[in-house]
Design a protein around this ligand. Structure first.
Ligand code: KG4
Ligand code: ZN
Length: 484
């Protein structure tokens, strides 16, 4: 290995319903593309057959686009890292086969990665993982590359010829006078946001008269719902409002941003720009796993507690299903919970020994409670949606934090991180910081794009394995079950 040469890793993730490819250079994320599979929403959960078929369709364009966005030629790659497991076998096989073929063709090392270990290592991506740094956010796209190209052309044209209102607002936002960094005509999913702030996540839309037409209104609602599900709040202004009262518009934007920041990052909480030092405890909470991981080094991890039944993400998704929310329900519970009372309803909390978790009793408790209430009043859920979501979220977060406190006391470790899809939950993010303050912990929270499944974390794990020369041959397989 040439010490001066940068290490450039292509990461490939395909363990569930996201096809993702990332390119990192000495742990700096150059590109991290995630193609979601919307098809599963129709079925209320991930359908394995459909997932592997979608991976097959996505993998070539997603990898090509990641390399392009990173400005890296495939010949420059040092190695290819892929998720070996755990996950859906049909999905894993697509990523594994692709990675094997590409490493063979390029004659570069192949690295297998444990998905759960990668969630923890997301904290070592550069810029450093802890959120609220206001830095660059890797592109998240849901479109196929052709649509993405069209969107980009559209965005570029729009940037050159802004409307009067857009021009007035951009003059104010671009100078960072509000203290927040904005981009304009920014592609997110299959949409183009007029203005976007990534930290805290907010989209600003400026609407002309056309937005009062029923079809356009409906479209706006779908778009807002999608953005909300992906963690962004949306604030809208009419052209006239911006042109006629720019000071009032800016005041509203500022107050929205400050509210959001208070929700996700209570003052003075996390260590900005820092990464956890060893040993640390990582609560890894996703759709398939709930673990407390004692991390002694990048590749030296031990699971000291885990769920004996459902995972935390599953608990969110199943509870959401009970109250009629679509899959995946976690982000929606999070959204409605913001407006609700966390103490409105009480649900059963498990009594499980040691550092293990259980969520199936909670699910049953929610099911029976809701069933009984709906018998009394068929509109119970609609009338109490926010309070239900806030109470469900409060209970799940409490179960997680209580065990984490026990783990910290038992091990004496006060370096505490969270990772995995559920670490995007605003209630958990807020509570981990509050608890950290009380307990004297240093807390570490990944930026949103590194919480849910992504290939940047796979590439980071690949980087550390590359340093140790941990390569695999062409005989490596995919492993649906794969312990840390
Ligand atoms: O890590 P991940 O993307 O995939 C797995 O490896 O499973 O986690 C997905 C899980 C889903 O259960 C989803 O509902 C949950 O993470 N999730 C959330 C939030 N965002 C994603 N749960 C609660 N609040 C959120 N904001
Ligand atoms: Zn995951």
């Amino acid at each position: 290995m040439n010490a001066d040469k940068p290490i450039i890793i292509l990461g490939i993730e395909s363990s569930c319903d996201e096809t993702s490819a990332a390119v990192i250079k000495d742990c700096k994320v150059l590109a991290n593309l995630v193609a979601n599979q919307k098809i599963h929403e129709l079925y209320g959960g991930v359908v394995p057959e459909l997932a592997s078929r979608a991976h097959q369709k996505n993998i070539v364009p997603v990898v090509a686009q990641a390399l392009k966005n990173a400005g890296i030629k495939k010949e420059e790659l040092s190695a290819i890292a892929f998720t070996r497991g755990p996950g859906l076998i049909g999905s894993l096989l697509v990523g594994a086969s692709f990675a094997k073929a590409m490493s063979l063709a390029l004659n570069i090392p192949l690295i297998e990665v444990n998905h759960m270990q990668a969630h923890v290592l997301a904290h070592y991506s550069l810029p450093p993982a802890p959120s609220f740094r206001g830095g660059e956010k890797p592109t998240l796209f849901q479109a196929d590359p052709i649509l993405y190209k069209l969107l980009r052309e559209f965005a570029e044209t729009h940037r050159k010829i802004p409307t009067e209102a857009e021009d007035i607002l951009w003059t104010q936002l671009r100078t960072k006078q509000l203290g927040y960094k904005f981009r304009r005509q920014h592609i997110i999913g299959t949409y183009i946001a007029d203005f976007i702030c990534h930290n805290p996540p907010l989209v600003i839309e400026i609407d002309g008269l056309i937005h009062q037409m029923p079809d356009v209104k409906e479209n706006d609602e779908i778009r807002t719902k999608w953005l909300n599900e992906h963690g962004f709040d949306v604030i809208r202004f009419s052209n006239n409002e911006v042109i006629g009262d720019i000071d009032g518009t800016l005041e509203k934007i500022k107050s929205k941003l400050e509210n959001l920041r208070a929700q996700v990052s209570p003052e003075g909480g996390d260590l900005e720009g820092a990464t956890p030092s060893f040993p640390f405890l990582c609560l890894t909470v996703s759709g398939g796993h709930t673990q407390i991981v004692l991390t002694k080094d990048h590749l030296d991890m031990t699971v000291i507690g885990e769920t004996i039944d459902d995972a935390a993400g599953e608990a969110f998704d199943k509870a959401a299903k009970i109250i009629g929310l679509p899959y995946p329900g976690g982000p929606l519970i999070d959204k409605y919970a913001r407006e609700g009372n966390p103490n409105a309803f009480k649900f059963a909390e498990p009594n499980i020994p040691e550092l293990n978790f259980s969520f199936s009793g909670l699910k049953t408790s929610i099911l029976y409670f809701v069933r009984d209430k709906v018998k009394e009043d068929k509109d119970f859920i609609t009338k109490n949606l926010n309070d239900l979501c806030a109470s469900i979220q409060y209970t799940i977060v409490k179960i997680l934090i209580d065990k984490l406190m026990t783990a910290s006391k038992q091990t004496g470790i006060t370096e505490i991180a969270i990772a995995g899809g559920v670490s995007a939950n605003s209630g958990l993010r807020k509570e981990i910081i509050n608890t950290g303050k009380k307990m004297g912990w240093n807390t570490y929270i990944p930026p949103f794009e590194y919480c849910t499944d992504n290939a940047a974390m796979i590439a980071i794990a690949g980087h550390y394995k590359y340093l140790k020369g941990e390569f695999v041959g062409q005989n490596v397989g995919a492993s649906a079950r794969y312990e840390i």
